[in-house]
Design a binder for this molecule. Sequence first.
Ligand code: MG
Length: 297
Amino acid sequence: MSFFESYDPRFDRFVMFNAPVKKLATGFDWVEGPVWFGDAGCLLFSDIPNNRILRYTPGQGISTYRAPSNFSNGHTRDRLGRLVSCEHGTRAVTRTEHDGRITVLADSYQGRRLNSPNDVVVSADGAVWFTDPHYGIGSNYEGYQAEQELPCHVYRIDPSGVLEAVITDMNCPNGLCFSPDESLLYVADTGRIGMGDPTHIRVFDMVAGRPLGGRVFHAIQPGAADGIRADADGNIWSSAGDGVHCVAPDGTLLGRIIVPEIVSNLCFGGREKHVLYITATTSLYALALNRKGVQHP
Ligand code: MG
């Protein structure tokens, strides 16, 4: 079988016929939020319904990093290498300090509790950007069922600690990433699940540190863009119902990586940030690409 579908000669150079999509581990319930720790040589990711963060170490396999994890979802690292996490259970964004203490960066806005922070990135200036859809409080499966107190916004936490809603016109913002030079911010909108809402990635122009515009960049089909990441040339790699889609900066679908389970999230990792790690429903997958991702640090 082929693991790839190519629609553009550019994509043919990104994938390698002898670098298959490999299932690294399975038996989870719903995995998300992969983040690569190059200095530790491991990947962390969330198994949300089982309330744990797992660690995958190439050559060694799976171990538990943190349990319970407050139903953590998306993760990233800040510019000092600290783990920054979205937690459904506490409805908070947290930072794990180098000594292991956990600092709450945000859990409320204008006196009301956040919904369930979903995904997070850190920009070069140290600001923390995260999405806050309601998925984690809709049932007790991935958190604690609760009333929604705020609309679903995209927020920015200034390095000084001030929290601000910076994108307020989305339905259910989910995955997000910057272009390599941070001139563009991509945010996936996955809508209300099962309600027929449009599911697409929007792109915002960063002007004086603010996201402006927000035109539709690409509509993922089948499924939806949950997690997204940019490679070093600004192509956007997105989760989809049938695997991972690679979309050029002009919005053109270049090709697909076929994965046998619904993909939630992905990140670049490995020695040269050339390995695409993929969280997909019950399993963790990876494949080597002829391409480098953007990942800091
Ligand atoms: Mg997500």
